[in-house]
Ligand binder design. Structure first.
Ligand SMILES: [Fe+2]
Ligand SMILES: [Fe+2]
Length: 387
């Protein structure tokens, strides 16, 4: 089963699916290089021991289970249903062999996501997972320490191998934890994010039938932020806040919002107020996401050369979030059907962005370059969310 099927089958709410897709998607995270940050040396170290581990994996897993059976709490979990122990041992065997095989592809990621979700569905508590994992790691380290000298490894080589092993195990454990985290621990955050998206869709539904624009546009923002080099937290913040960019459209009358032709000057003046109205709705909140949403609502039509609205801000006076949103918003609008225009192809949309709106005119050149670098990922997101 591939990653997207796994996520679809996991029966999560769409916004959580998006979040997890982004966390786990090999399209959005260069898994080897960026997330795991395994060096070539780490990989070589792990390759030195993977055959030894796979030859002895049954022995090691048996030791793990002996340990787990010593405690009533874990024993109860293991014996909660017939066949659980055998199944668990089998899964653990594949799991650890895979971990040390260095193939961190979609199947690997899907497997980790599945594991977190499976544990949740059969009520395996997070501490059981963490304790077992940590214990297994200590077993592995002992085993390596004992075995490797006989295979003519020097002490410093053994230490390096153990370091690399700990690194991969910690990162791997974090991945599974993310599945727990996204489904269970942060219910409050999930609810408020869910609410933000629904609220944003109220405005979107009026001039666009499905609300898919905000799903796509917010993912584009996140991806562009990633290519700009911003950290995961900022990427997540902009993912959550950007759907609110047009929330002020709620105050724009239908005859303007839904007008198929060009707006008159007076109508356009009214249309422009969706920025300040959006800001009014979202500002004065304690929530950092709402604050960012307010900033985006106010600034997503400001252009780099000062020709935008509502204030005609120029260059870096425009908040970063607004400078990211404008390119993502315009690209998706060009690429989608609107009452006043057909949907342009990706190629055409990119051409219009490059040649007509231009770098330095509408867009911050640095952000423009990041967006162009992110094009392949952006097209992949677009193809996933076409309705
Ligand atoms: Fe807007
Ligand atoms: Fe928009």
């Amino acid at each position: 089963m591939n990653l997207s099927q796994t996520i679809e089958n996991a029966n999560l709410k769409p916004n959580i699916q998006n979040k997890i897709k982004n966390i786990f998607s090999s399209g959005s995270i260069d898994f080897n290089q960026r997330f795991l940050e395994l060096t070539d040396e780490d990989k070589e170290n792990l390759l030195k021991i993977n055959h030894l581990i796979s030859q002895n994996i049954d022995f090691l897993i048996d030791r793990l289970h002996e340990h787990l059976m010593e405690f009533k709490e874990t024993k109860d979990i293991l014996q909660a249903e017939p066949g659980r122990i055998e199944r668990l041992k089998y899964i653990q065997k594949i799991y650890f062999e895979e971990l040390f095989s260095l193939k961190y592809d979609e199947n690997y990621l899907a497997g980790r996501l599945n594991l977190g979700l499976t544990h949740l569905s059969v009520n395996i508590p997070i501490n059981f997972f963490m304790n077992s994992y940590s214990y297994f790691l200590s077993l592995l380290i002992d085993f390596i320490k004992k075995e490797l000298p006989g295979h003519s490894f020097s002490n410093s080589e053994i230490l390096n191998i153990i370091n690399s092993m700990q690194k991969i195990a910690n990162l791997d454990m974090t991945l599974v934890m993310r599945a727990y985290y996204s489904k269970e621990i942060n219910e409050k955050e999930r609810l408020s994010n869910d609410f933000i998206r629904r609220l944003s869709k109220i405005a979107e539904f009026r001039d666009e039938n499905t609300g898919a624009h905000i799903e796509r546009m917010s993912l584009y923002c996140m991806t562009t932020a990633k290519y700009l080099g911003y950290n995961y937290d900022f990427q997540m913040d902009i993912l959550e806040a950007s759907p609110m960019h047009d929330i002020g459209k709620i105050s724009i009358p239908d005859y303007i919002l839904l007008k198929p032709g060009k707006l008159t000057d007076d109508e356009f003046e009214i249309m422009k107020t969706h920025t300040t109205k959006g800001y009014d709705i979202l500002s004065n909140s304690d929530s950092p996401i709402m604050k960012l949403g307010a900033e985006i609502a106010l600034s997503h039509h400001e252009r780099y050369d000062g020709s935008g609205y509502p204030y005609g801000l120029k260059g870096d006076d425009i908040p970063l979030s607004g400078r990211i949103c404008i390119i993502c918003d315009i690209f998706d609008a060009l690429n989608s059907k609107r009452v006043y225009k057909p949907a342009y192809s990706v190629e055409n949309s990119l051409n219009i962005i490059k040649n007509e709106m231009g770098i330095g005119k509408y867009f911050d050149p640095v952000i423009f370059n990041a967006f162009i670098k992110a094009t392949d990922e952006i097209i992949a997101i677009r193809n996933n969310y076409m309705n």
